[in-house]
Design a protein around this ligand. Sequence first.
Ligand SMILES: [Zn+2]
Length: 85
Amino acid sequence: MKKYYKIKENKIMCNHCKDVIQSLFVHDFKYCRCKSVYVDGGCLYLRRGYINDSSDYKELSVLEEANMNDYNIYGESDEFDCFIS
Ligand SMILES: [Zn+2]
């Protein structure tokens, strides 16, 4: 069965400069101080950018498991409008 998650906090820590950056809403595009990594997507999707590979950052996002029956796939529910699969 497919699992659905609500994104509570979309954030990472840069392993180079140790900045913690968080994307608060869609298109809230944040770079760390040294410009090695970025986050984007807010509570809608987890988008990451990096210079080398995913070892450039530590994942700190907070996800909450959600029940598919609790949400409308077309995003009409206010309560569960933020999922990744
Ligand atoms: Zn950095």
